[in-house]
Design a protein around this ligand. Structure first.
Ligand code: SAJ
Length: 493
């Protein structure tokens, strides 16, 4: 089936796909927290015969290849169902991990789930090098009729720009005529990877209708309650970056309100409860939670991706001048929260005529999110740097994170040893274990201090209980408690 387009007969992608038949073999590039669950869910579906996981055999990540092929999970933290699924699909021979990209040529569809982090935190330029490398590897072995899907979060315009160009250069094929190309952004959250892929609606955007249709064929079998939401590739890129920019904005709004509540002298959690109580037809108040900052791999960068997509195609990345974007203002507010934790700590120390110099600071929680080992862009790092810069020594407890290679920080699983001798205790992550392990009398005894400072960045502890034991309490948004009278508990052990 050919459509005449001027003098050149435009081969119909639909006809090539029709001749190729249904998708039976799938490849997933990038064995990370996005690619691994995606690959095992494709492999676990009867719709597909074989799934390959592609992973560069690099010094930092090559270990995942043998690990996955043994049926073991390289991800840390609680991930329901993922470990059992990996073992099942490996044991049944439906999934295999490899670094040999030439096997792409045997596949009907290839998804690319490669991170697009920032080169560095200051200039906020995304590092597309790993994604570009993955695209080149796939392009070199692309065959006519293959579907390529970008799952990575990218600047709007990347799929139809950078990605299309690299795939066409490397393969000599034409996207939209000889191979299908789409964007289907991942929407997984650490701790719920499998369920998110099955239950979240899936945005699927092709560079043309045939590509969109082919991508719908790929993703439909792995959805349980989630629905497919089709659109163009660029609209899909805007959707993904904007859904995180909106979340970051919502968090910034409650963080700003928390600072107001501190200044006014009220409890932001009372106010939040009041606002959230407004319900009814069409009435929504998506009030999120104030905290010690916003970390992770998504919200810390997706607003900048969105901003860049607004001005130019994906090849250049000037942010909007003047930073008047509400999304960038939100980013600044959220990035200021670790500084606010520092300010609360210094104010607490000042109440006992101390400064950070010479103080021991115990940071509780290094992971960017509760009950996870993921420490990417943790808000605790800028706080630690500020404390060390002011002459304090620091110790970090986290029940999941053992060390943070990127930050060069070692953490301890031994809470008592981190608390021992602490002058300041700063709670950065609301790990479940802290809710029942931070007993005020026990913590007081471990610190051995008359009035240790405790700064609650996640509303974990009971302020009155700790104040009653002689702590100097400070809490994000706790204008009702932050200037409390200092107690000399008569019942101290
Ligand atoms: N945070 C707050 N207050 C909140 C919620 C989060 O301070 O009310 C902080 C967290 O402590 C963390 C950071 O923000 O440091 C990010 O938390 P997150 O819950 O947004 O978790 P992420 O970064 O893993 O975001 C992911 C995103 N999912 C994808 O990109 C696929 C996001 O779109 C989801 O909305 C989010 O999970 C979610 O809802 O859990």
């Amino acid at each position: 089936m050919f459509q005449r387009e001027g003098d050149r007969v435009k081969r119909s992608l639909a006809s090539i796909l029709e001749r190729r038949g249904p998708i039976r073999s799938v490849g997933v590039v990038g064995m990370g927290y996005v690619g691994i669950p995606a690959a095992v869910l494709f492999a676990n579906s009867p719709a597909f015969d074989a799934v390959l996981g592609f992973q560069r055999d690099s010094p930092s990540s090559g270990y995942k290849i043998p690990m996955l092929n043994r049926g073991e999970c390289p991800l840390v933290g609680e991930e329901p169902d993922l470990r059992d699924l990996i073992r099942t699909v490996v044991d049944t021979g439906k999934f295999r991990c490899t670094s040999d990209f030439s096997e792409v040529s045997d596949l009907d569809a290839v998804t690319i789930a490669i991170q697009t982090p920032f080169k560095n935190g200051s200039d906020l330029e995304p590092d597309f090098s790993a994604l570009t490398d993955g695209l080149r590897q796939v392009g070199r072995h692309l065959t006519p009729g293959t579907l390529v899907v970008l799952e990575s979060t990218v600047t709007p315009g990347t799929t139809t720009g950078l990605a299309r160009r690299i795939l066409e250069e490397e393969s000599g094929l034409t996207a939209g005529e000889e191979f299908a190309l789409a964007h289907a952004p991942e929407r997984v959250m650490v701790g719920h990877l499998i369920r998110n892929i099955q239950e979240h609606d899936r945005i699927v955007g092709g560079i043309d209708p045939a590509s969109t249709q082919r991508a719908i064929e790929l993703y439909s079998p792995v959805l349980t309650v989630g629905r497919i939401i089709p659109m163009t590739a660029t609209a899909a890129e805007v959707t993904k970056t904007a859904e995180n920019a909106f979340r970051d904005l919502q968090i910034a709004a409650i963080n700003q309100l928390a600072l107001y509540c501190e200044a006014i002298g009220v409890n932001v959690y009372d106010v939040r409860k009041g606002i959230a109580s407004l319900k009814g037809e069409g009435v929504t108040r998506a009030v999120l939670w104030p905290g010690a900052g916003v970390g992770g791999h998504c919200l810390t960068k997706d607003s900048y991706h969105l901003e860049r997509g607004v001005t130019n195609p994906a090849e250049t990345h000037p942010l909007l001048n003047g930073g008047q974007s509400v999304f960038l203002v939100a980013r600044n507010i959220n990035d200021a929260m670790p500084r606010h934790m520092y300010r609360l700590s210094v104010e607490g120390l000042r109440r006992i005529d101390r400064t950070p110099a010479g103080a021991k600071v115990a940071l509780l929680g290094w992971a960017f999110i509760r009950d996870s080992g993921d420490a990417r862009n943790t808000p605790a790092l800028p706080y630690m740097k500020m404390m060390i810069g002011a002459g304090a020594s620091t110790a970090v407890h986290d029940p999941y994170v053992v060390h943070d290679d990127d930050a060069g920080v070692e953490t301890s699983h031994d809470l008592n040893s981190v608390l021992r001798g602490a002058d300041v205790i700063a709670i950065f992550t609301a790990h479940t274990c802290y809710y029942d392990r931070l007993d005020p009398a026990r913590v007081m005894e471990l610190t051995g201090r008359d009035h240790p400072v405790i700064v609650d960045g996640r509303n974990v502890i009971d302020a009155d209980a700790f104040i009653g034991h002689g702590f100097i309490y400070k809490g994000i948004g706790r204008g009702d408690k932050n200037e409390h009278p200092i107690c000399e508990p008569e019942y101290r052990a």
